[in-house]
Design a protein around this ligand. Structure first.
Ligand code: OXD
Ligand code: MN
Length: 600
């Protein structure tokens, strides 16, 4: 099939990839419904995809990955820059020449007898000055169908690129043998290139997502003066119709998708508040012509974790995924060819196929400790299906950001919410993001894992330079810089019970944050930042659950714990710096200042 672009740079690169992988056939993805439907039909006929009940789940299909291939593989993910220091201590590094030399024989002829699909795609709305183009070649229809949901796929992507530009990200993916020992997810930021091999699973193979929109884009953003962040974007519409936009970065399993699609409690909806979703995972942020910081969601869909998603935790996500969705590694209810996962409801199907493909009795299987759906099973659903999708979702200019939130899962130490003193302090707060493992997950409670800005697996360069870039952005934004906050939905009491209800009630914290941005509410100045005054977090309707005593606990700043926190952060900075991170002096100074304030 003929190429879809006159761009010689694209055509030369695709020819090179064809010469390397030697496919039997090459198909350019034009983005038409007919072509995608034909591919769906083909995948259903070969068994790569499984049909689901088209009355109950219209447009939905199912895919099962190899059981050795169910998650992102951080230990096999590389950032290959010419100088090792440029990748920094948070990344695996290899010299690009060496890595190309190692991988080239693995790709040589890897698509023989197979079809290569060439997928042009845009990250960001077509026509947006913030959008970027990628081309992924792959031998997987699953990848094509997922990329069609997660990005803007087809000829239209080339409209953004034009006929001469070389500014596109070259992504090469081959399933090969799905051999975990030979699995590589490699970014070459200096070449705008990603090579992925021996995986067929989401984050490793949908190269527009983590590989491009975070790792490569964070590197591009540093060089071009913008930011690529692991952040949701939401808009809070107030009763007067004004919408305030907030971005938030949390590590995995801290509820980004849930916050992005939040349904406010009755006292807010009755007053006329609404929450609109712009994105649930990635934000690209750039200063606009008016000096403010604008955000776009480079994606076009949601690649959400299925287990735990239900009518209470996130009805909007559930409704989004009920049509036109690809389910990966969830369980199938054989009675009606629908899907099921843990915590969807209390009725696991009796006649079930578990995620690895075995037919089982669901309730019995679970009683024996089995998991019907893989804990990292996913839905890939189009953003257009989301009942609360923002009308600005496709706005090429993006949305103006009033507040940036960081957060993690912390049983103690970190209060429900606090505001940083300024952008530099906020950058420090982001650098200090860490999340605790739960007893259920690891057996050890309270093991702290650092995950700066929730970006540890995704920063495409040296973490110290990344923090320096944050500081540069703050300088450039000046008075227009969004306010930076930290939240913790996961504070526990002495018995390990969560003391904040979370989910929709997080709106109460967003409300305080917005009032702080507007300057309409006072705050308590503490050593760690500005905290809500008692009585300033609205608890209408949850007074019985969140009593003044609980609120005091939620907002408590424990001097002893914070002294430990500072010692831990000193260690962390030192460890990173010993391993080659160039930590900005301004952040070291923030640690000293925090320590001094706490000692007062
Ligand atoms: C992640 C994801 O792993 O969004 O962060 O899939
Ligand atoms: Mn993510």
């Amino acid at each position: 099939m003929a190429t879809l672009t006159k761009n010689p740079n694209v055509n030369a690169w695709v020819d090179e990839m064809i010469a390397l992988t030697k496919p039997e056939k090459v198909v350019w993805i034009d983005g038409s419904d007919e072509q995608l439907q034909a591919l769906r039909d083909e995948a259903l006929s070969t068994g790569e995809m499984v049909a689901l009940n088209q009355e109950k789940l219209p447009g939905c299909i199912y895919h099962r990955t190899n059981p050795n291939d169910v998650a992102r593989v951080e230990d096999r993910t590389f950032i290959c820059t010419r100088n090792k220091e440029d990748a920094g201590p948070t990344n695996n590094w290899c010299d690009p020449k060496e890595m190309y030399a190692k991988l080239t024989p693995m790709y040589d002829g890897v698509m023989a007898g197979r079809t290569m699909y060439v997928i042009p795609y845009s990250m960001g709305p077509i026509g947006s000055p913030l959008a970027k183009v990628g081309v992924e070649v792959t031998d997987s229809i699953y990848v094509v169908l997922n990329m069609d949901i997660m990005t803007r796929v087809g000829v239209k992507a080339f409209e953004n690129l034009g006929d001469t530009s070389d500014d596109f990200v070259r992504g090469l993916h081959a399933r090969a043998d799905i051999d975990p020992e030979k699995r590589y997810i490699v970014q070459f930021p200096e070449d705008n290139t990603i090579w992925s091999i021996n995986s067929g699973y989401g984050g490793n193979v949908l190269l527009g997502k983590k590989c491009f929109a975070l790792r490569i884009a964070s590197f591009q953003g540093k060089n071009e003066g913008w930011m690529a962040e692991h952040m949701l974007i939401l808009g809070v519409e107030k009763p007067d119709g004004e919408v305030k936009y907030i971005t938030a970065a949390f590590p995995s399993a801290c509820g980004k998708t849930n916050l992005a699609m939040l349904i406010p409690p009755a006292c807010y909806t009755e007053a006329g508040y609404k929450v609109w979703t712009v994105g649930d995972d990635i934000a690209w942020l750039k200063q606009g012509p008016d000096g403010k910081l604008y955000a776009i969601n480079p994606e076009n869909g949601f690649f959400g974790v299925a287990p735990g998603t239900n009518e209470k935790s996130n009805p909007n996500a559930l409704h989004t995924a009920m049509r036109d969705t690809i389910f990966t590694n969830v369980a199938i209810n054989n009675a009606d060819q629908t899907v099921w996962w843990e915590k969807l409801d209390k009725n696991p199907p009796v006649d079930a196929t578990e995620w690895k493909g075995a037919k089982v009795n669901g309730p019995e299987y679970i009683a024996q400790g089995g998991s019907l759906a893989h804990p990292n099973s996913r839905f890939t659903a189009p953003a257009r299906n989301c009942p609360c999708i923002s009308k600005e979702f496709n706005n090429p200019a993006g949305v103006p950001v009033s507040a940036i939130i960081f957060g993690g899962r912390r049983a103690s130490t970190t209060p429900l919410v606090y505001q940083s003193f300024d952008w530099i302090h906020g950058t420090y707060v982001g650098s200090a993001v860490s999340s605790e493992t739960t007893a259920a997950a690891t057996g050890a409670v309270g093991v702290l894992r650092h995950d700066p800005m929730a970006m540890k697996p995704f920063i495409g360069y040296n973490v110290g330079d990344y923090w320096a870039h944050w500081l540069e952005m703050g300088e450039k934004l000046g008075e227009n810089a969004p306010k930076i906050f930290n939240v913790n939905w996961f504070k526990q009491d002495e018995n390990g019970n969560f003391i904040w209800p979370g989910f929709g009630d997080n709106m109460r914290v967003l409300d305080w944050i917005i009032k702080r941005c507007e300057g309409t509410i006072d705050a308590e100045e503490t050593a760690i930042g500005y905290l809500p005054k008692m009585g300033d977090i609205n608890v209408t309707g949850i007074e019985d659950e969140v009593t003044p005593e609980i609120m005091e606990k939620l907002l408590h700043v424990d001097k002893e714990l914070w002294t430990k926190e500072i010692a831990e952060m000193r260690n962390y900075y030192k460890e990173l710096s010993d391993k080659g991170a160039r930590i900005p002096a301004a952040l070291e100074a923030q640690l000293d200042a925090l320590e001094a304030r706490l000692a007062k």
